[in-house]
Write a protein that binds this ligand. Structure first.
Ligand code: IMP
Ligand code: MG
Length: 177
């Protein structure tokens, strides 16, 4: 495994908190405006676990929560394949789904997960992602925390080989020499 120095600060805890608060406010506004009757917030594990936990506490609108598990990464490289580890336990048919993602990088995972959800005929499907890399393919998520350049980032739920998820900030990893 490559030798990494400590992650270089990209977004601090306070900045993240303010942004997540604003996202929750925007989602609440959207839900009220559309009079959603059956809102389901679906989080992708493991990466979105901290983001989702913070976000839902700023969604002041009735909703239920469930999770799905997919992975596509080995180290810092996407395998280009979306592997399902766990599909949602709840029904999707006829519900207003908000998919909560940690990061959209190539867009391959998001495309695969959205395909799965759409095939189950939700009433609506919208995406909220904490981070979005500018190289991503596919339509832009409705709610984006921060747009970022194509660097490998960790912290606030994001990992490199299961490390760094617990960091309260988001940072960029540099390969050590
Ligand atoms: P995509 O399919 O290329 O869009 O990658 C999506 C998934 O890859 C995310 O849900 C993350 O688990 C992982 N990933 C992509 N970029 C990063 C990164 O910079 N840091 C940590 N994980 C990442
Ligand atoms: Mg990951």
């Amino acid at each position: 495994m490559a030798n990494h120095g400590p992650p270089k600060l990209l977004f601090g805890a306070k900045q993240i908190e303010q942004r997540v608060h604003a996202l929750g406010y925007n989602i609440t506004h959207y839900a009220r405006q559309h009079g959603l009757t059956d809102l389901l917030v679906l989080g992708t594990l493991k990466g979105a676990f901290i983001f989702l936990a913070d976000l839902v506490r700023h969604i002041h609108y009735p909703h239920t929560i469930d999770f799905l598990i997919v992975d596509s990464y080995e180290g810092q490289e996407s395998t280009g394949l979306v592997r399902w580890r766990h599909t949602p336990n709840v029904a999707i048919l006829g519900r207003d789904v908000i998919l909560v993602e940690d990061i959209v990088d190539s867009g391959v995972t998001l495309k695969g997960v959205c395909g799965y959800i759409k095939a189950r005929k939700p009433k609506s499907l919208n995406v909220c992602t904490m981070l979005h890399k500018n190289k991503a393919i596919g339509p832009l998520p409705r709610w984006i925390g921060f747009g970022i350049p194509d660097n490998f980032v960790v912290g606030y739920g994001l990992d490199l080989d299961e490390q760094y998820r617990h960091l309260p900030y988001i940072g960029v990893l540099n390969d050590g020499v």
